[in-house]
Design a protein around this ligand. Structure first.
Ligand SMILES: [Ca+2]
Ligand SMILES: [Ca+2]
Ligand SMILES: [Ca+2]
Ligand SMILES: [Ca+2]
Length: 262
């Protein structure tokens, strides 16, 4: 029995070592061949820190995915994925001197023209829609020039008024929710829902009340809310036991044709 126990242990140890060897074979070629851990594939230094995730898109259609990232220096960078060189950049401080980009750039074909746009919200509460091809400005919306609201992760895209053009749903600090027409940045509606609470995540979308219009599901403080996509009025509130810091998942998990919020 003792012999059998040791045999099993030796067999398990051998299997683990063999697995590790093959996993190593798979992983090692993915690492840079001539760099060590202190020298990644390429490094690009923006003018200040980066407070958000990057987004990926093959901007110049050369088969290599490029990197879009916003920085606290107020610049959105489009960096060529293979070499780490700047393809284009866009400085929001031409429009407001003290602003920062704190959110991940959103990529969408918002005007249905065959190319993608890059959408960012900024610390001064502005929304910028740029061409992904060259970073040129398509439109800008500022809720309140020099105001205190900040956009820190709160953009979602859907056609909320069913006119076949995508719209942008914006959640901000100080509990403001508003919707812009994706074509030209016209304000479709706004709702100042809270003063002391802030939205720090993007919203999720689903037709909660079955009226054919997407509704807006988003956490704020220690609650999850659903707001009517038609006008922003509150449909429901569910209290959680901690601050909501991530977007909700929406789906019909029990097959009753009504959406659940997870
Ligand atoms: Ca590319
Ligand atoms: Ca487009
Ligand atoms: Ca629309
Ligand atoms: Ca609805």
């Amino acid at each position: 029995m003792r012999f059998q126990k040791y045999s099993v242990e030796i067999l398990l140890t051998t299997l683990i070592l063999v697995n590790f060897f093959f996993i190593s074979l798979i992983l090692i070629p993915a690492l840079p061949s001539k760099n060590d851990e202190n020298n990644p594939f390429w490094v690009y230094h923006t003018g200040a820190g980066i407070d958000s995730t990057s987004s990926l898109l093959d901007v110049n259609n050369n088969g290599y995915t490029d990197v879009l990232v916003g920085s606290i220096d107020g610049v959105l960078y489009c960096i060529e994925g293979k070499k780490g060189t700047v393809l284009w950049d866009f400085n929001i401080r031409k429009y407001y001197y003290n602003s920062e980009i704190l959110m991940r750039p959103l990529i969408a074909n918002i005007d249905n023209n065959g190319t993608f746009e890059v959408i960012i919200g900024t610390r001064d509460g502005s929304i910028y829609v740029l061409s992904s091809v060259d970073g040129s400005l398509i439109w800008r919306f500022n809720y309140e020039e020099g105001g205190s609201i900040s956009i820190e992760g709160g953009l979602s895209i859907t056609d909320i008024d069913n006119d076949q053009d995508n719209d942008i749903i914006v959640t901000t600090t100080y509990g403001l929710l508003y919707v812009l027409d994706g074509k030209d940045g016209t304000l479709l509606w706004e709702n100042k829902l809270f003063f002391m609470k802030s939205f720090f995540t993007s919203s999720s979308l689903g037709d909660i009340n079955h009226d054919g219009i997407s509704d807006i599901i988003v956490g704020c403080g220690q609650s999850i809310f659903a707001f009517n996509g038609y006008n922003g009025s509150k449909i429901l509130e569910f209290e959680t036991n901690f601050f909501v810091t991530a977007p909700a998942a929406i789906g019909d998990v029990d097959g009753d044709s009504t959406l659940e919020i997870i």
